[in-house]
Design a protein around this ligand. Structure first.
Ligand SMILES: Nc1nc2c(c(=O)[nH]1)N[C@H]1C(S)=C(S)[C@@H](COP(=O)(O)OP(=O)(O)OC[C@H]3O[C@@H](n4cnc5c(=O)[nH]c(N)nc54)[C@H](O)[C@@H]3O)O[C@H]1N2
Ligand SMILES: Nc1nc2c(c(=O)[nH]1)N[C@H]1C(S)=C(S)[C@@H](COP(=O)(O)OP(=O)(O)OC[C@H]3O[C@@H](n4cnc5c(=O)[nH]c(N)nc54)[C@H](O)[C@@H]3O)O[C@H]1N2
Ligand code: SF4
Ligand SMILES: [Mo]
Length: 893
């Protein structure tokens, strides 16, 4: 496809989550891009969430990496590629193939992923390619392979709409898979008998559609589902004919979980026996059940056992592979599934073949005509960075992921990279916490420029198509990898001219010697020429060349045909049956739970560019139950230091009843680019699940203490503020500049000097006001009528309307504002909209509350009519409902 600048609408797929929504992108004559949901895409039928709708705001070139660099200096592609190929070849020659590694990402396209895997496993001859999917999907992959003999997701999105019971385990669907959440909410509105059960220690926004919320203790899931299996057997809910015809190991598992009485489950999960019993009864009597699970299950040191405990219940009842039924592991990243298809993980081969299987190795090696083939699994992510630390790995290439932020024990990862002789980073942005360690930086094509395929959670392959030209010297990841491979001497095997050729090879390999023995077969998609590849419509696998192709109704395993050699599924008993949930040991410790917020994506390299998305939650926070806040002597808006034996973070306190007592929730998104100490993974222990190697990212013991700030500050600045000298800061985009929360621990000799530095203006240009009695300072600087910056400094957390202050950066008539900025509480003369709830129309929490309190609008629909909030993408509808419920609760109390 020609990516020349046009104003033609291009059909593509969202850059973010594994829902895989179709998007219509239309470049505008003014250089902006209009983004709409694709009404014909079967994942979203036109819907988009707040992140998807804001994609147009993240396409600017500000901050992009546009040229290769070597040791921080601009270099030509020829020099950079030469350095990478040479250093990898030399390292392999001197220290063997296992002395090098690739750490890649579920944000790569299938074609990028395919060539990276082929180069490492078939040509370098090592298994040392692993991916951020290790932190994400590895336990699901391992659980699927144990139960089914293959990494198969049996169902489809429609199953959630057709079910009578949807159980959400460790999934914050409302914020993390918003369009699936909207489909589920719509189905429930139409058919109220559809029951939703949420199993999550926190009462997340997803709880708003749940009929039952089980606030389970961390890692109580294995016990809960083992107890459920026992209950199903006890009440005769087992489908004997399915179990006998298609499975193995049922008796053994029943033997193993026989002890899991409701009382014991209650002890292991912290749940009330009657709540457990009603969940079990509901599950037992409802035929059409889908169990959706995500990171509350996978990111655990018993993640694989959790997955199998869930799958056991579906196998026992035969509720799998039929409409409205099945276990459903929902994927996180846009191409988590595609990465699994190409075998991009250290313990897989390619096309769902097994690295341990000599027959599979032969198939792949013959097909690739490769000099070698990795014959054992490589190092999994956590081990890989440990091997970098102890010098076993001497050259690493990181593509499309930011491990210094997202890996557990992240400071150790940073240190390892700092000592590593050769680090290559391919990214789309110039400055990341990981890029700081790159000897060679390679500029990759970003969303909107990339061309290839992704596979979503329901096995649907969709095209990502370019609609923007490649900026600067950026190149697509597949092109960078193949160029390196050629320079390492593997010209013939990496002679691709386009992603279409790579996709064709991937499709052919999936069919090679397959004949129905492997689930992943897209042989029918082989042989597409460029034109056919360009027009490829979203399609689910399997798509074998001969035999049954997937249709909307295709599911796996309704009639067995699993992928173990005997074609039977396996029941898997959890390793421990004397399960204990994790509870904090000492009174002073809390259990640290981590995850996502609605409007940010991972390490914020892209969502952080949007002021609108940043206005939902602008700071890294520690969410605490009121009882814990009281016990620990901290208040809302205080700053706290949260520490483990690995590291510490400084965060803003958010007190909420949604949090489970004894635990603290911290989002994973903040980095050293936008915060002083917001990288939560610095605190997290690198313990992993023994089977999947996935780290437990959701239960680390931590302590929490008040951060004694001498001064708290808030600033809005036109230029990026200089943050040196701040013990705490959190930096976010505002509409025409930046907004900054700040604090310092020591007394300030000269507060004006701090203002000068932050705003980047000379002292002489700063107007200031010092409230001697309250000890507060206010500073502002102007260029004519234009505000360059304003800075509030006070002894307690600054009270000023953040949105009002941010808007001043672009305000035209500042004559009167000058006084307001300096006098008293800025914006106090008009209602403060409060933190953004609806990012599409920038509607704040106070505006919604006021509408409800006044009685002008008391339903989500009425709020939409009155304020427009929630009437576009719908991502905030559950929050609006939460606000309405909260107001009603107060008024009825
Ligand atoms: N807005 C947004 N959406 C995203 C992403 C993003 O960065 N931002 N990232 C995408 C990616 S890659 C992924 S993997 C998905 C993740 O999607 P989710 O898995 O839904 O998101 P998380 O917030 O990581 O975790 C889900 C929930 O697990 C709960 N939990 C913690 N411990 C336990 C436990 O022991 N048992 C149970 N049952 N629950 C527990 C947490 O309280 C949390 O609410 O989101 C995708 N979508
Ligand atoms: N504590 C804690 N830690 C976690 C999690 C958690 O829940 N809690 N979740 C884990 C999970 S599930 C995940 S998936 C990871 C995600 O963690 P990461 O993968 O580290 O997060 P991203 O910010 O998505 O990193 C992607 C990087 O690739 C760049 N990029 C974007 N597009 C492209 C491209 O096309 N090509 C290239 N070469 N680069 C590109 C981006 O600029 C960014 O720097 O975090 C994990 N870490
Ligand atoms: S749900 Fe949102 S983030 Fe996920 S694919 Fe759809 S639009 Fe993108
Ligand atoms: Mo993920």
């Amino acid at each position: 496809m020609d990516a020349a600048q046009t104003t033609k609408t291009v059909r593509t797929t969202c850059a973010y989550c594994g829902v895989g929504c179709g998007i219509l992108a239309t470049p505008q004559p003014d250089g902006s891009v209009a983004i709409q949901g694709d009404p014909d895409h079967p994942a979203n039928f036109g819907r988009l969430c707040s992140k998807g709708s804001a994609l147009g705001e993240t396409l600017g070139l500000d901050g992009r990496l546009l040229h290769p660099t070597i040791d921080g200096e601009r270099a030509s592609w020829d020099e950079a590629l030469g350095r990478v190929a040479e250093t990898f070849s030399r390292t392999i020659a001197e220290h063997g193939p296992d002395s090098v590694a690739f750490y890649v990402s579920g944000q790569l396209l299938t074609e990028d992923y395919y060539v990276a895997n082929k180069l490492m496993k078939g040509f370098i001859g090592s298994g040392n390619i692993d991916t951020n999917s290790r932190l994400c999907m590895a336990s699901s992959v391992a659980g699927h392979r144990r139960a089914f003999g293959s990494d198969t997701v049996p169902g489809t999105y429609e199953d959630l709409e057709q079910a009578d019971l949807v159980v959400l385990v460790g999934s914050n669907l409302a914020w993390c898979h918003p369009v699936i959440y909207q489909r589920l909410a719509a189905a429930k509105a139409e058919r109220p008998q559809l029951q939703v059960v949420l199993i999550d220690p926190r009462r997340t926004m997803t709880a708003d559609i749940a009929d039952m919320h089980l606030a389970i203790a961390s890692d109580g899931d294995t016990a809960l589902f083992s107890g459920l299996l026992r209950h199903l057997a006890a009440v005769g809910a087992v489908d004997q004919s399915y179990v006998e015809a298609y499975t193995d190991g049922f008796e053994e598992v029943i033997g193993a979980v026989g002890q899991m009485t409701v009382a014991q489950v209650a002890e292991a999960t912290g749940l009330k026996p009657h709540a457990i019993a009603s969940f079990y009864e509901l599950f037992a009597r409802t035929e059409k059940v889908v169990t959706v699970y995500s990171q509350g299950v996978n990111q655990s040191v018993q993640g694989t056992d959790k997955v199998n405990a869930i799958i056991n219940c579906h196998l026992a009842t035969g509720r799998i592979g039929r409409p409205g039924m099945g276990p459903f592991s929902i994927t996180g990243q846009p191409n988590a599934m595609g990465g699994r298809e190409v075998g991009g993980m250290a313990n897989m081969l390619a096309a769902h073949m097994a690295i341990e299987d000599a027959g599979h190795r032969r198939i792949v090696q013959d097909f690739w005509a490769s000099p070698t083939i990795a014959d054992k699994p490589g190092l999994k992510a956590v081990e890989m960075f440990q091997a970098v630390a102890d010098g076993r790995i001497k050259a690493i290439w990181i593509m499309g992921t930011n491990p210094v932020v997202s890996m557990p024990d992240a400071d150790a990862v940073a240190q390892a990279l700092g000592q590593c002789p050769f680090v290559v980073v391919s990214d789309v942005v110039a400055k990341t916490d990981t890029m700081a360690y790159a000897h060679v930086a390679l500029p990759a094509a970003a969303w909107g420029e990339k061309d290839g395929t992704v596979t979503n959670s329901e096995r649907r392959i969709s095209r990502q198509r370019p609609f923007l030209p490649l900026p600067g010297e950026a190149r697509p990841d597949w092109a960078i990898v193949t160029e390196i491979a050629r320079r390492m001497g593997f010209d013939a095997a990496f002679a691709y001219q386009s992603p279409a050729e790579i996709f064709d090879e991937h499709a052919r390999l999936s069919a090679e010697a397959n004949a129905g023995t492997r689930d992943f077969d897209i042989g029918a998609l082989a042989g597409l020429d460029r034109a056919a590849f360009d027009t490829l419509s979203p399609v689910q696998w399997p798509q074998p060349a001969t035999g049954e192709k997937a249709t909307a109704d295709t599911r796996f395993f309704a009639e067995g045909r699993f992928y173990h050699p005997d074609r039977r599924a396996r029941f898997v008993a959890p390793a421990q049956t004397d399960l204990q949930s994790q509870t904090p040991g000492e009174a002073k410790t809390l259990l640290l739970n981590t995850g996502r917020v609605r409007d940010h994506w991972h390490t914020m390299t892209r969502t952080g560019l949007s002021a609108r998305l940043s206005a939902h939650i602008a700071e890294p926070y520690a969410e605490l139950h009121p009882k814990d806040a009281e016990r620990l002597g901290v208040n809302e808006a205080d700053l706290v230091t949260v520490a483990s034996d690995r590291g510490e973070a400084i965060l803003r306190v958010l007190v909420s009843e949604r949090q489970k007592p004894g635990s603290v929730f911290v989002p994973m998104h903040w980095t050293s680019q936008n915060s002083a100490k917001g990288r939560v993974d610095a605190l997290i222990d690198a313990a992993t699940d023994p089977i999947s190697g996935q780290p437990g990212l959701k239960s680390t013991a931590v302590t929490l203490r008040r951060f004694a700030a001498a001064w708290y500050g808030f600033a809005v600045t036109a230029k990026r503020p200089v943050t040196n000298g701040l013990d705490y800061f959190s930096l976010a985009r505002a509409e025409r500049g930046f907004r900054l929360e700040a604090a310092v621990a020591a007394e300030l000799d000269d507060p004006t000097a701090l203002a000068e530095r932050l705003m980047g203006v000379a002292r002489s240009a700063i107007l200031s006001y010092h409230d001697v009695s309250g000890g507060a300072y206010r500073f502002a600087a102007f260029d004519g009528e234009r505000l360059l910056g304003a800075f509030w400094l006070s002894r307690s957390p600054v009270i000023v309307s953040r949105s009002w202050a941010s808007e001043r950066l672009g305000a035209e008539h500042l004559a009167r504002d000058r006084f307001r900025l300096l006098a008293g509480r800025g914006g106090a003369d008009r209602p403060d909209p409060g933190a953004t709830v609806c990012s599409c129309f920038s509607v704040g929490v106070n505006e919604i509350t006021a509408a409800v309190v006044s009685g002008k609008a008391v339903t989500v629909g009425a709020i939409g009519e009155l304020l427009k909030a929630g009437s576009n993408c719908g991502s905030c509808r559950s929050e609006i409902k939460g606000i309405i419920d909260g107001v009603e609760l107060k008024h009825s109390a």
